[in-house]
Design a protein around this ligand. Structure first.
Ligand code: NDP
Length: 248
Protein backbone atom coordinates (compact mmCIF):
# COMPACT_ATOMS: atom_id res chain seq x y z
CA UNK A 1 0.00 0.00 0.00
CA UNK A 2 2.02 2.94 -1.24
CA UNK A 3 -0.85 5.13 -2.32
CA UNK A 4 -0.54 7.76 0.44
CA UNK A 5 -3.92 6.64 1.85
CA UNK A 6 -2.97 3.74 4.13
CA UNK A 7 -2.56 4.88 7.72
CA UNK A 8 -4.30 8.22 7.20
CA UNK A 9 -7.07 9.30 9.55
CA UNK A 10 -10.06 10.49 7.52
CA UNK A 11 -13.18 12.12 8.98
CA UNK A 12 -16.24 12.00 6.69
CA UNK A 13 -19.53 13.83 7.24
CA UNK A 14 -22.70 12.55 5.66
CA UNK A 15 -21.25 9.06 5.94
CA UNK A 16 -24.67 7.42 6.49
CA UNK A 17 -25.62 7.56 2.82
CA UNK A 18 -24.42 7.38 -0.74
CA UNK A 19 -21.29 9.41 -1.47
CA UNK A 20 -20.06 9.62 2.11
CA UNK A 21 -20.60 5.92 2.76
CA UNK A 22 -18.93 4.98 -0.53
CA UNK A 23 -15.90 7.13 0.32
CA UNK A 24 -15.66 5.53 3.77
CA UNK A 25 -15.73 1.98 2.38
CA UNK A 26 -13.26 2.80 -0.38
CA UNK A 27 -10.71 4.57 1.81
CA UNK A 28 -10.97 2.00 4.61
CA UNK A 29 -10.29 -0.76 2.09
CA UNK A 30 -7.12 1.13 1.16
CA UNK A 31 -5.98 1.18 4.78
CA UNK A 32 -7.26 4.53 6.06
CA UNK A 33 -8.83 4.82 9.52
CA UNK A 34 -12.22 6.39 8.91
CA UNK A 35 -14.34 8.35 11.35
CA UNK A 36 -17.96 8.56 10.28
CA UNK A 37 -20.38 11.38 11.08
CA UNK A 38 -24.11 11.71 10.31
CA UNK A 39 -27.36 12.09 12.23
CA UNK A 40 -28.58 8.52 11.58
CA UNK A 41 -26.42 6.76 14.16
CA UNK A 42 -27.80 3.31 13.32
CA UNK A 43 -26.48 3.62 9.78
CA UNK A 44 -22.98 4.83 10.63
CA UNK A 45 -22.69 2.29 13.45
CA UNK A 46 -23.59 -0.47 10.98
CA UNK A 47 -21.10 0.85 8.43
CA UNK A 48 -18.32 1.06 11.03
CA UNK A 49 -19.07 -2.55 12.04
CA UNK A 50 -19.04 -3.64 8.39
CA UNK A 51 -15.66 -1.98 7.82
CA UNK A 52 -14.24 -3.51 11.01
CA UNK A 53 -15.55 -6.97 10.03
CA UNK A 54 -13.67 -6.59 6.74
CA UNK A 55 -10.46 -5.87 8.64
CA UNK A 56 -10.58 -2.07 8.45
CA UNK A 57 -10.54 0.63 11.09
CA UNK A 58 -13.63 2.76 11.65
CA UNK A 59 -15.37 4.75 14.36
CA UNK A 60 -18.80 6.39 14.25
CA UNK A 61 -20.04 9.51 16.03
CA UNK A 62 -23.64 10.73 15.74
CA UNK A 63 -23.23 14.20 14.23
CA UNK A 64 -25.57 16.97 13.20
CA UNK A 65 -23.39 19.32 11.13
CA UNK A 66 -25.62 22.28 11.99
CA UNK A 67 -24.29 22.01 15.54
CA UNK A 68 -20.76 23.28 16.07
CA UNK A 69 -20.25 21.15 19.15
CA UNK A 70 -21.15 17.98 17.20
CA UNK A 71 -18.43 18.62 14.63
CA UNK A 72 -15.92 19.37 17.36
CA UNK A 73 -16.81 16.07 19.03
CA UNK A 74 -16.49 14.21 15.72
CA UNK A 75 -13.03 15.60 14.99
CA UNK A 76 -11.88 15.32 18.62
CA UNK A 77 -12.94 11.65 18.62
CA UNK A 78 -10.79 11.04 15.55
CA UNK A 79 -7.77 12.54 17.28
CA UNK A 80 -8.46 10.74 20.59
CA UNK A 81 -8.99 7.39 18.84
CA UNK A 82 -6.34 7.46 16.12
CA UNK A 83 -3.94 10.19 17.27
CA UNK A 84 -4.42 12.75 14.50
CA UNK A 85 -6.66 13.94 11.66
CA UNK A 86 -5.18 13.86 8.17
CA UNK A 87 -8.26 14.47 6.04
CA UNK A 88 -11.69 16.00 6.60
CA UNK A 89 -14.29 15.27 3.92
CA UNK A 90 -17.10 17.83 4.31
CA UNK A 91 -19.67 15.82 2.38
CA UNK A 92 -23.00 16.23 4.23
CA UNK A 93 -25.55 18.12 2.19
CA UNK A 94 -29.25 18.61 1.50
CA UNK A 95 -31.00 19.66 -1.70
CA UNK A 96 -34.69 20.53 -1.23
CA UNK A 97 -34.97 22.38 -4.54
CA UNK A 98 -37.80 24.78 -5.41
CA UNK A 99 -38.32 28.06 -7.25
CA UNK A 100 -37.64 31.05 -5.00
CA UNK A 101 -41.20 32.39 -5.29
CA UNK A 102 -42.57 29.36 -3.46
CA UNK A 103 -40.91 30.86 -0.38
CA UNK A 104 -39.81 27.59 1.24
CA UNK A 105 -37.91 29.64 3.77
CA UNK A 106 -37.33 26.79 6.26
CA UNK A 107 -35.70 24.81 3.45
CA UNK A 108 -33.51 27.79 2.52
CA UNK A 109 -32.37 27.92 6.14
CA UNK A 110 -31.70 24.18 6.15
CA UNK A 111 -29.56 24.35 2.99
CA UNK A 112 -27.54 27.27 4.35
CA UNK A 113 -27.14 25.56 7.74
CA UNK A 114 -26.07 22.16 6.39
CA UNK A 115 -24.36 22.93 3.08
CA UNK A 116 -22.48 26.07 4.10
CA UNK A 117 -22.39 26.48 7.87
CA UNK A 118 -21.84 22.74 8.33
CA UNK A 119 -18.74 22.97 6.13
CA UNK A 120 -17.51 25.99 8.11
CA UNK A 121 -18.05 24.20 11.42
CA UNK A 122 -16.10 21.20 10.12
CA UNK A 123 -13.23 23.46 9.11
CA UNK A 124 -13.33 25.16 12.52
CA UNK A 125 -13.06 21.79 14.25
CA UNK A 126 -10.23 20.40 12.10
CA UNK A 127 -8.07 23.39 11.29
CA UNK A 128 -6.42 23.89 14.71
CA UNK A 129 -5.21 20.27 14.66
CA UNK A 130 -4.00 20.49 11.07
CA UNK A 131 -2.17 23.75 11.68
CA UNK A 132 -0.49 22.26 14.76
CA UNK A 133 0.47 19.14 12.79
CA UNK A 134 1.67 21.27 9.87
CA UNK A 135 -0.21 18.95 7.54
CA UNK A 136 -3.75 18.17 6.57
CA UNK A 137 -6.28 18.00 3.79
CA UNK A 138 -9.80 19.41 3.63
CA UNK A 139 -12.07 18.09 0.89
CA UNK A 140 -15.40 19.85 0.33
CA UNK A 141 -18.30 18.48 -1.69
CA UNK A 142 -19.80 21.23 -3.88
CA UNK A 143 -21.76 20.39 -7.06
CA UNK A 144 -22.03 21.13 -10.75
CA UNK A 145 -24.86 23.32 -9.37
CA UNK A 146 -22.06 25.21 -7.63
CA UNK A 147 -20.83 26.24 -11.10
CA UNK A 148 -24.10 26.94 -12.91
CA UNK A 149 -27.81 27.37 -12.31
CA UNK A 150 -30.62 24.95 -13.14
CA UNK A 151 -34.37 25.59 -12.69
CA UNK A 152 -35.14 25.63 -8.95
CA UNK A 153 -31.53 25.58 -7.77
CA UNK A 154 -31.10 29.26 -6.80
CA UNK A 155 -30.66 28.69 -3.06
CA UNK A 156 -28.94 25.30 -3.35
CA UNK A 157 -26.57 26.77 -5.94
CA UNK A 158 -25.96 29.79 -3.69
CA UNK A 159 -24.71 27.42 -0.97
CA UNK A 160 -22.62 25.38 -3.38
CA UNK A 161 -21.09 28.45 -5.10
CA UNK A 162 -20.24 29.56 -1.56
CA UNK A 163 -18.52 26.25 -0.82
CA UNK A 164 -16.28 26.84 -3.84
CA UNK A 165 -15.47 30.40 -2.76
CA UNK A 166 -14.76 29.22 0.76
CA UNK A 167 -12.54 26.40 -0.49
CA UNK A 168 -10.43 28.69 -2.65
CA UNK A 169 -10.13 31.32 0.07
CA UNK A 170 -9.14 28.67 2.58
CA UNK A 171 -6.61 27.14 0.18
CA UNK A 172 -4.89 30.48 -0.30
CA UNK A 173 -4.69 31.03 3.46
CA UNK A 174 -3.56 27.60 4.63
CA UNK A 175 -1.16 26.54 1.90
CA UNK A 176 1.82 27.84 3.97
CA UNK A 177 0.75 25.41 6.71
CA UNK A 178 1.10 22.43 4.34
CA UNK A 179 -2.68 21.97 4.31
CA UNK A 180 -4.28 20.95 1.04
CA UNK A 181 -7.80 21.98 0.01
CA UNK A 182 -9.83 20.20 -2.64
CA UNK A 183 -13.33 20.98 -3.84
CA UNK A 184 -15.14 18.24 -5.73
CA UNK A 185 -18.19 19.16 -7.82
CA UNK A 186 -20.28 16.12 -8.78
CA UNK A 187 -22.86 16.00 -11.53
CA UNK A 188 -25.72 13.50 -11.33
CA UNK A 189 -24.95 10.70 -8.87
CA UNK A 190 -27.32 7.93 -7.71
CA UNK A 191 -28.49 9.30 -4.43
CA UNK A 192 -31.13 9.76 -1.75
CA UNK A 193 -30.83 13.51 -2.26
CA UNK A 194 -33.90 13.80 -4.50
CA UNK A 195 -36.13 12.03 -1.95
CA UNK A 196 -36.10 15.15 0.23
CA UNK A 197 -37.44 17.55 -2.42
CA UNK A 198 -40.82 18.51 -0.97
CA UNK A 199 -42.26 20.09 -4.13
CA UNK A 200 -43.49 17.09 -6.12
CA UNK A 201 -43.32 18.72 -9.55
CA UNK A 202 -39.72 19.79 -8.89
CA UNK A 203 -38.87 16.32 -7.61
CA UNK A 204 -40.31 14.69 -10.73
CA UNK A 205 -38.46 17.04 -13.09
CA UNK A 206 -35.19 16.28 -11.29
CA UNK A 207 -35.81 12.54 -11.27
CA UNK A 208 -36.53 12.63 -15.01
CA UNK A 209 -33.19 14.40 -15.52
CA UNK A 210 -31.03 12.50 -13.03
CA UNK A 211 -32.30 8.91 -12.87
CA UNK A 212 -31.52 7.82 -16.46
CA UNK A 213 -27.92 9.04 -16.37
CA UNK A 214 -26.70 9.12 -12.74
CA UNK A 215 -23.39 7.40 -11.99
CA UNK A 216 -22.69 5.38 -8.81
CA UNK A 217 -21.50 7.04 -5.59
CA UNK A 218 -18.23 5.09 -5.91
CA UNK A 219 -17.26 7.62 -8.60
CA UNK A 220 -16.97 10.24 -5.87
CA UNK A 221 -15.06 7.79 -3.66
CA UNK A 222 -12.45 7.18 -6.36
CA UNK A 223 -11.93 10.90 -6.87
CA UNK A 224 -11.57 11.55 -3.14
CA UNK A 225 -8.98 8.77 -3.09
CA UNK A 226 -7.20 10.30 -6.09
CA UNK A 227 -6.95 13.71 -4.40
CA UNK A 228 -5.60 12.14 -1.21
CA UNK A 229 -3.21 9.81 -2.96
CA UNK A 230 -1.23 12.50 -4.74
CA UNK A 231 2.03 13.30 -2.89
CA UNK A 232 1.68 15.88 -0.09
CA UNK A 233 3.45 18.54 -2.19
CA UNK A 234 0.71 18.30 -4.83
CA UNK A 235 -2.69 19.83 -4.15
CA UNK A 236 -5.62 18.78 -6.33
CA UNK A 237 -7.62 21.97 -5.97
CA UNK A 238 -10.74 21.39 -7.99
CA UNK A 239 -12.46 18.42 -9.61
CA UNK A 240 -15.67 18.59 -11.66
CA UNK A 241 -17.20 15.34 -12.86
CA UNK A 242 -20.44 14.46 -14.61
CA UNK A 243 -21.95 11.36 -16.14
CA UNK A 244 -20.73 11.33 -19.74
CA UNK A 245 -24.37 11.56 -20.82
CA UNK A 246 -25.01 14.74 -18.77
CA UNK A 247 -24.98 17.59 -21.26
CA UNK A 248 -26.14 20.31 -18.86
P1 NDP B 1 -27.63 11.57 0.27
O1 NDP B 1 -28.93 12.25 0.50
O2 NDP B 1 -27.63 10.14 -0.12
O3 NDP B 1 -26.67 11.82 1.52
C1 NDP B 1 -26.65 13.05 2.23
C2 NDP B 1 -25.86 12.85 3.49
O4 NDP B 1 -25.83 14.12 4.19
C3 NDP B 1 -26.46 11.83 4.42
O5 NDP B 1 -25.45 10.99 4.92
C4 NDP B 1 -27.05 12.66 5.54
O6 NDP B 1 -26.94 11.98 6.79
C5 NDP B 1 -26.13 13.86 5.54
N1 NDP B 1 -26.74 15.00 6.21
C6 NDP B 1 -27.80 15.74 5.83
N2 NDP B 1 -28.10 16.65 6.77
C7 NDP B 1 -27.18 16.48 7.77
C8 NDP B 1 -26.95 17.10 9.02
N3 NDP B 1 -27.73 18.10 9.47
N4 NDP B 1 -25.94 16.66 9.80
C9 NDP B 1 -25.16 15.64 9.38
N5 NDP B 1 -25.32 15.03 8.20
C10 NDP B 1 -26.32 15.44 7.42
O7 NDP B 1 -26.93 12.40 -0.89
P2 NDP B 1 -25.49 12.40 -1.56
O8 NDP B 1 -24.64 11.26 -1.11
O9 NDP B 1 -25.70 12.59 -2.99
O10 NDP B 1 -24.94 13.79 -0.97
C11 NDP B 1 -23.61 14.02 -0.57
C12 NDP B 1 -23.18 15.39 -1.03
O11 NDP B 1 -23.09 15.41 -2.45
C13 NDP B 1 -24.08 16.56 -0.66
O12 NDP B 1 -23.30 17.63 -0.17
C14 NDP B 1 -24.73 16.93 -1.99
O13 NDP B 1 -25.11 18.29 -2.01
C15 NDP B 1 -23.61 16.62 -2.94
N6 NDP B 1 -24.00 16.45 -4.35
C16 NDP B 1 -24.82 15.44 -4.74
C17 NDP B 1 -25.12 15.25 -6.07
C18 NDP B 1 -25.96 14.12 -6.54
O14 NDP B 1 -26.31 14.05 -7.72
N7 NDP B 1 -26.32 13.19 -5.69
C19 NDP B 1 -24.59 16.13 -7.11
C20 NDP B 1 -23.73 17.15 -6.59
C21 NDP B 1 -23.44 17.29 -5.27
P3 NDP B 1 -28.09 11.93 7.93
O15 NDP B 1 -29.41 12.17 7.24
O16 NDP B 1 -27.96 10.56 8.51
O17 NDP B 1 -27.69 13.01 8.90
Amino acid sequence: MTDNIAGKVVVITGASSRMGAAAARYLAAKGASVVLGARRADRIDALAAEIAAAGGKAAAVATDVTKREDLKKLVDTAVETYGRIDVLVNNAGVMPLSPVDRLKIDEWDQMIDVNLKGVLYGIAAALPYMKAQKSGHIINNSSVAGHKLFPGTAVYSATKFAVRALSEGLREEVSPDNIRVTVISPGAVKTELLEHISEKDVQKANRDFVDPIAVPAETFARLVAFAISEPQDVGINEIVFRPTAQGA
